[in-house]
Ligand binder design. Structure first.
Ligand code: SAH
Length: 362
């Protein structure tokens, strides 16, 4: 049996086998991996790619992650917060464009004003987007970092049904090198359990190519997703930000980083099978067709940017974020073409929930 078949047939694949697949170089050796992942995606998840319009509604952040461009101590970023009306307007536009779902993302804040603000936005989005086409309104995913259990419950009761919180790396020692002392790996992990127990579809992910990260670490990341019964995966290449403390540690060269990121998507698909996997924007920051390639390697979700143009330039988590000069209309046309160019269809007006979640909660 070859390595790919072995991974597909094993309930808990061997870490050493995952490492071997992750290190396959482009392009000929990797083609079988890519094609197997792509075909498996079509078979298990269908031919649709689902859209989640993302609104990066505020870059105000109280945390100081060493890799991130909008960390609290970066005084060179102009801080902004969109108003409730602006956020709701973005969501209504997404619904009327057939996107089916949106993601609300921001820097991390836990104060009552912020929590109430988000709760209010969720309720208003739901109210304004219910229609014959979307009877339950626009699907809402949150990406607001660590919150307390009460807050997660409030967001869920207001109508959000998915939550993304990346573990960043499953190697606790490496995690500690990337974050200030009071930001703990165990808290981030605990959030995944809390969110699941409340009823959210839970997404996590990692950065790929972090300084000092090994292929073994990445293999462990995939096994972590499996062990923690994760419903959705959003992972992307680590890209340096010039105003971050780990800038001088550099990053992988873009060609190798792209291939490694694509291999991560493909192997994650082979191991987890029925989860939603996003072709993230960071892929496009290292290759113009990065997101299409992500789809060709087994991703089935894309997150078009809905953030108003004048705010986008201030939401740069990493250097060279793409589409910062494009309007949402331009993004809409461009994405549909990109998705169809790789033989997929856009799942307009559908939530496109994770099949893994449906099975897990059945
Ligand atoms: N504050 C929220 C959401 C915003 S950050 C949270 O922490 O969950 C969203 C993601 O951007 C992070 O989880 C991280 O994986 C990614 N990110 C931040 N800086 C990055 C960088 N320099 N390169 C690549 N991805 C980065």
């Amino acid at each position: 049996m070859d390595l790919i078949e072995k991974i597909l047939s094993n309930k808990t694949p061997l870490k050493s086998d995952i490492v071997r697949l992750l290190s396959l170089p482009a392009p000929t050796d990797v083609e079988k991996l890519r094609k197997t992942a792509f075909d498996l995606t079509t078979r298990v998840m269908g031919n649709n790619v689902y859209l989640r319009g993302i609104v990066e509604f505020s870059n105000i952040c109280n945390l100081n992650c060493f890799y991130c461009g909008i960390r609290k101590d970066n005084t060179e970023v102009e801080r902004y917060s969109l108003s409730t009306e602006e956020i709701v307007e973005c969501a209504v536009w997404a619904a009327s464009s057939g996107y089916g779902s949106c993601v609300l993302q921001s820097g991390e804040r836990r104060d009552e004003y912020f929590v109430k603000f988000v709760e209010d936005c969720i309720r208003k989005i739901k109210e304004k987007t219910r229609s014959d086409i979307l009877p339950n309104g626009l699907g809402i995913t949150l990406s607001l970092g660590e919150q307390n259990p009460e807050t997660y419950k409030r967001f869920f009761n207001a109508g959000a049904h998915r939550y993304l919180i990346r573990i960043e790396t499953s190697n606790a020692e490496l995690f500690a090198k990337l974050h200030p002392e009071k930001q703990l790996f165990k808290d981030r992990k605990e959030s995944l359990n809390l969110l699941k127990s409340i009823g959210f579809q839970v997404g996590t992910g990692v950065m790929i190519g972090i300084p000092n990260q090994t292929l073994e670490d990445l293999a462990d990341d995939i096994l972590f997703f499996a062990d923690n019964d994760i419903d959705m995966i959003g992972m992307g290449p680590y890209i340096v930000h010039p105003q971050s403390p780990i800038f001088n540690k550099g990053m992988m060269n873009k060609k190798e980083l792209l291939q490694l990121s694509l291999n991560m998507i493909a192997v994650t698909r082979l191991v987890l099978k029925d989860v939603n996997i996003a072709a993230t924007t960071a892929l496009q920051a290292i290759a113009p067709d990065g997101r299409e390639q992500g789809i060709l390697y087994g991703a089935n979700i894309v997150m078009p940017n809905l953030t108003p143009k004048n705010a986008r330039k201030n939401y740069q988590l990493y250097e060279g974020k793409p589409c910062i000069n494009e309007t949402r209309n331009e993004c809409k046309i461009c994405l549909k073409n990109r998705i169809e160019s790789v033989g997929r269809k856009v799942g307009f007006n559908q939530w496109g929930d994770s099949k893994h979640f449906t099975k897990r909660t059945y």
